[in-house]
Ligand binder design. Structure first.
Ligand code: CU
Length: 153
């Protein structure tokens, strides 16, 4: 083996070691930071706590609402990361940025309630849970929504 090809091989070895060290640094420092950020943005969730899709319930039934990553608070004040629940009965979600209407099919829980009772006529119904800010404005993203189909007997 000539001296010049030996020198080339040494260089290649150094480059490989350098790449390996770089990969380890990325693995230790960069990737956990990225996944921690993901976890943070995924942490918000709202859902019907005591009902699941396909449930059969009596005409009058209890509904429990749960939230994770946001604070349930009375309406009136606009506080980042907080808001209140709405149950939409057989009605589509309100688009993000729009104010949730107030009528029989759009129930506001503006005292910060997390449990309520509904009375519905027998048949199949779709319940949508929508979390909105202190001014009743629907928030962006599926994490602020839940949807179930139930049968009322
Ligand atoms: Cu509201």
């Amino acid at each position: 083996m000539s001296q010049s090809s030996l020198a080339k091989e040494n260089n290649l070895g150094q480059i490989l070691v350098f790449i390996l060290i770089l990969a380890v640094i990325i693995g230790i420092v960069v990737l956990p930071t990225i996944s921690a950020q993901d976890a943070e943005s995924e942490a918000v969730r709202v859902w019907f706590a005591n009902l699941t899709d396909g449930d059969v319930v009596a005409t009058t039934f209890q509904v429990q609402m749960a939230a994770e990553g946001v604070t349930v608070a009375p309406a009136g004040e606009l506080v980042e990361g907080s808001g209140h629940f709405h149950i939409l009965i057989d009605s589509d979600f309100v688009p993000a940025g729009e104010v949730i209407p107030r009528d029989d099919l759009h129930q506001h829980y503006g005292q910060g309630q997390i449990v309520t009772e509904l009375t519905l006529p027998p048949g199949e119904h779709t319940l949508r849970l929508q979390f909105a800010d202190g001014a009743h404005t629907a928030l962006e993203g599926d994490q602020y929504r839940d949807e179930i189909n139930i049968t009322v007997e």
